[in-house]
Ligand binder design. Structure first.
Ligand code: NAD
Length: 315
């Protein structure tokens, strides 16, 4: 992969490749922009077919964080770290996290870590024993904790705006069918919020046990991961991984509005037009999912969950 050309094409400032043979850590840290402040973005634990795929993911995700922080009016830039795993479901290795913490520390605050797919608050707390450049440690340790509940709240707010754009200003979630792809940290919280707003939850996960558990807890219906995109619904909420809206999936979407937390949902810019041609309202992912970074940024001025929720409500 021609890495520096890819960086130049999208304005990335820095990419750090990290390998720590004793722990087996292999990671990529991408800093897209520090124009508005230190880059902030999650650490993703995932399996990749190649190093190039991992670098590409880090580049795209860090760029999305720049748009997200900037449209939310924060003094933050965009960054992201991805950790290349051999086994997706294996427990996180402490030595690996310590090695990642040392690499983050060497960036001297240009990149601030946070939770992303596969990461936990406990992982952030372990990183914080190695470097101060970590957000999202628990509130008892002076942080803001898991951002996912606030992210989910922001998605709900954006969903209401999407329905209003489609059906008029008085549209509510009551009685609407909301299909959630991904029953993880955000998808799980979102399911509860949708159910509390009177919506009907349809939920899928590549791990069926997770979808079953969330569906049980909110009175929703589990759906197979293969069917969730095409199921007839009012809103589709992608809350798993990116690239889910593409030439193959858009023709078979069963929704009228797309609004979810997953980063980089569009496989390419032309997909936006394909959605428009089908009359589907698309809430840009970097807008819908900004609650998480809004919540993390509150740490820098003395964390208040109430303030984070109020600011997220402006999405
Ligand atoms: P998570 O790891 O807790 O959950 C993701 C879930 O998606 C997992 O349960 C996984 O099994 C499932 N999944 C993966 N591929 C799937 C597929 N093809 N079909 C169905 N399910 C699938 O992650 P999360 O923190 O809930 O984040 C979800 C998405 O939202 C990610 O794209 C993340 O980058 C984005 N995001 C999260 C936050 C946050 O606060 N956590 C903030 C902004 C954006």
């Amino acid at each position: 992969m021609d890495v520096t050309s890819a960086m130049c094409a999208h304005g990335h400032e820095q990419v750090v490749l990290v390998a720590d043979p004793p722990s087996g850590l292999r990671a990529v840290i991408a800093v897209h922009s520090t124009a508005l402040g230190p880059s902030l973005g999650g650490v993703r634990f995932w399996t990749y077919a190649s190093d190039a795929d991992a670098i590409q993911d880090a580049l795209a995700l860090s760029e999305a964080m720049t748009w997200k922080a900037s449209i939310a009016g924060l003094h933050q830039g965009g960054g992201k770290a991805v950790v290349l795993l051999d086994d997706l479901d294996a427990a996180h290795d402490e030595a690996m996290l310590r090695a990642l913490g040392r690499a983050i520390d060497e960036l001297g605050g240009r990149y601030l870590a946070a939770e992303d797919v596969g990461a936990t608050t406990a992982d952030m707390e372990l990183l914080a024993t190695v470097t101060p450049w970590v957000t999202g440690v628990s509130e008892t340790l002076g942080g803001s904790g898991d951002p996912s509940p606030v992210t989910a709240w922001g998605v709900l707010v954006a969903m209401r705006a999407g329905l209003a754009a489609r059906d008029g200003p008085d549209a509510t979630l009551a009685g609407r069918r909301v299909a959630i792809q991904g029953a993880g940290k955000v998808g799980g919280h979102l399911a509860q919020l949708v159910a509390e707003a009177g919506g009907q939850v349809l939920i899928a996960d590549r791990r069926e046990d997770r979808a079953d558990a969330v569906a049980r807890s909110c009175g929703g219906q589990p759906i197979s991961a293969d069917e969730i995109l095409s199921v007839a619904c009012d809103v589709l909420a992608p809350c798993a991984l990116g690239g889910v809206l593409n030439d193959a999936t858009v023709p078979r979407l069963g929704c009228r509005v797309v609004c979810g937390a997953a980063n980089n949902q569009l496989a390419g810019p032309a997909v936006d037009e394909a959605l428009d041609r089908r009359g589907i309202v698309y809430i840009p992912d970097f807008v819908a999912s900004a609650g998480g970074i809004i919540n993390l940024a509150e740490e820098f001025t003395g964390y208040s969950r109430a303030r984070a929720l109020a600011r997220t409500a402006t999405i």
